[in-house]
Design a protein around this ligand. Structure first.
Ligand code: HEM
Length: 413
C-alpha cells in the first residue's frame, strides 16, 4: 500500500503557489501515490485521485454516487453539510447531485437543447451578444473590467436567452451565485442566497407554467406535461442548476482564458493570424485552466479496487480535474500552454454520465468571444500585472473577480 494512503492525510483543497498552475502537491502525489488520503475542511477523510486514467475510470464507474447528502460525500466548504439539509439549497443540485435512473430520466428531458445542432442554431444570437459587449467596451474606453463588461455579460445573456430568464433580473442570480460559489460564505449567507434564488425561479417557473413561451423552460414545461417526469419543484431545481452552471463556469473561462492568452503573446499572435486555430486553442485553455478542479467528487457505493488500493463502500472520492488534465503521461509538458496540442480528451467537462451538459454551448461561446475580442481590440492588454489580479482562491469554480484591461484609444492614435 502506498505511503500517503496510510500516513498523515494532507488537507484539501490545497493552495496554489502560482495562480495559473495546480497546487504543487498534485504532481508529487501523482508520482508517489496517485490514489491518496486527504483531509477535508470538516475533518473527514476522503481519497484524492490525481492520475488521468484513474479519474476517467472512476467517473464512469457505476459503483460511485454523486449524492451530496451522503454523510461521506467530500465537501470543500464547512457550511455545506448544514446547507444540504435545506430544500432550496438541495434543489440547485438537480441533475448534478443525482444518480441513475432518476438522473438519466431528468437529463433526457433537456439533452436535445444542448446538442451540437441546437447550440449551433444559437450562433447568430451569441455573435450579436458578443459584438455588442465588445462595442460597449470600445465605447467606454479603457481601462475597463473585462469580467463585468464581457465575461459575465456574455455568459449571463446567453443562458438567459436560452432559458427564458429576463436579463434585466441578472443581479438576482449573479449575486446569489457569487455567494454560493464562495467556500468561505457562512451558513447564513449560503442559506439566504439559496432561498432567494429559489424564490425567484419558483415565481418565474410558475408564470411559465401558466403561459409557456418558446424558450428552454417553456419547452421543458410543455414536454413535461406529456411525460410527467418532473414535479414543479424539480423544474425549479433544473432551472436553478442550468442558470448557475450556465454562467459561472463560462464567465471564469472567458476571464482566465483572456489572461492566459495575453500572457502568451506569440501564441496569441498566431491565433489572430489564423482564427481556424481557435477551436483547438479553446480545448487547450479548458485543459490548462481546468476551472472546475473540485467539481467532480463522488462517494463509493461498493468496494472499488483500483491501482492496488481499496476504496471502501461509503468513502468519499475527490477526482481532481486539474490534476488529471496536467498528467504528463497523457499531456506532454502539461505546464506549457500549447494551442497546437490536441487536448480534446481533457476532463475539464468531467466524464461519464454527468459529463457537462452545456459543453457544446460553452465551447461556442468561448470561440466567438476570443475571435471577436482579439480581432476588434488587437492591442488589448492587462492594465495591472497578471500576478496582481484577484484570483478566486476561495471559490468552488476557479476564476477571477476582476480583470482591468486597456488598449490604445483609436480616436487619438
Ligand atoms: C467552460 C465552461 C464549463 C465548464 C468548465 C463546466 C464543467 C462541468 C463539469 C466538470 C461537470 C461535471 C460535474 C460532475 O461530474 O459532477 C459539469 C456538469 C454540468 N454542466 Fe457544465 N461546465 C461549463 C459550462 C456549462 C454550461 C454553459 C452549462 C449550461 C447550462 C453547463 C451545465 C452543466 C450541467 C447541467 C451539468 C450537470 C450534468 C449532469 O449531472 O448530468 N455547464 N460541467
Amino acid at each position: 500500500m502506498a505511503e500517503v494512503a496510510t500516513s498523515q492525510a494532507p488537507s484539501f483543497p490545497m493552495d496554489r503557489a502560482c495562480p495559473m498552475r495546480p497546487p504543487a502537491e498534485y504532481a508529487s502525489l501523482r508520482s508517489r501515490c496517485p490514489i491518496s488520503r486527504i483531509t477535508m475542511p470538516d475533518g473527514q477523510q476522503a481519497w484524492l485521485i490525481t492520475k488521468y486514467q484513474h479519474a476517467r475510470a472512476l467517473l464512469v464507474d457505476r459503483r460511485v454516487s454523486s449524492d451530496r447528502t451522503h454523510p461521506a460525500y467530500p465537501l470543500v466548504a464547512n457550511a455545506d453539510r448544514k446547507l444540504l439539509q435545506n430544500q432550496t439549497y438541495l434543489s440547485r443540485l438537480s441533475l448534478i447531485g443525482m444518480d441513475p435512473p432518476i438522473h438519466t430520466a431528468q437529463r433526457q428531458m433537456v439533452i436535445t437543447e444542448f446538442s451540437v445542432r441546437s447550440v449551433q442554431a444559437m450562433r447568430p444570437q451569441i455573435k450579436q451578444i458578443v459584438d455588442k459587449c465588445v462595442d460597449d467596451m470600445l465605447a467606454c474606453g479603457g481601462p475597463v473590467d473585462l469580467v463585468q463588461k464581457l465575461s459575465l455579460a456574455v455568459a449571463s445573456q446567453v443562458i438567459c436567452e436560452l432559458l427564458g430568464v429576463p436579463y434585466a433580473d441578472r443581479e438576482v442570480f449573479q449575486e446569489r451565485t457569487k455567494v454560493l460559489n464562495r467556500r468561505t460564505s457562512t451558513l447564513q449567507q449560503g442559506m439566504a442566497a439559496a432561498n432567494e434564488l429559489y424564490a425567484y425561479l419558483d415565481d418565474l417557473v410558475t408564470a411559465k407554467e401558466a403561459a409557456p413561451g418558446d424558450d428552454l423552460l417553456g419547452r421543458l414545461i410543455v414536454k413535461n406535461r406529456k411525460t410527467g417526469t418532473l414535479d414543479h419543484g424539480a423544474v425549479v431545481g433544473m432551472a436553478t442548476l442550468l442558470l448557475q452552471a450556465g454562467h459561472e463556469t463560462t464567465t471564469n473561462m472567458i476571464s482566465l482564458g483572456t489572461v492566459a492568452l495575453l500572457e502568451h503573446p506569440t501564441q496569441l499572435a498566431e491565433l489572430r493570424a489564423n482564427p481556424k486555430l481557435i477551436p483547438q486553442a479553446v480545448e487547450e485553455l479548458l485543459r490548462y485552466l481546468s476551472v472546475s478542479d473540485v467539481g467532480t467528487s463522488r462517494v463509493a457505493t461498493e468496494d472499488i479496487e483500483i491501482n492496488g488500493e481499496t476504496i471502501r463502500a461509503g468513502e468519499g472520492i475527490v477526482v481532481a480535474g486539474m490534476a488529471a488534465n496536467w498528467d504528463d503521461e497523457v499531456f506532454a509538458e502539461p505546464e506549457r500552454l500549447d494551442i497546437h496540442r490536441s487536448a480534446r480528451h481533457h476532463l475539464a467537462f468531467g466524464f461519464g454520465v454527468h459529463q457537462c451538459l452545456g459543453q457544446n454551448l460553452a465551447r461556442l461561446e468561448l470561440e466567438i468571444v476570443f475571435e471577436t475580442l482579439f480581432r476588434q481590440i488587437p492591442d488589448l492588454r492587462l492594465a495591472v500585472p497578471a500576478a496582481e489580479l484577484p484570483y478566486k482562491d476561495d471559490a468552488f469554480i476557479y476564476g477571477l473577480y476582476e480583470v482591468p484591461v486597456t488598449w490604445s484609444d483609436r480616436k487619438t492614435s
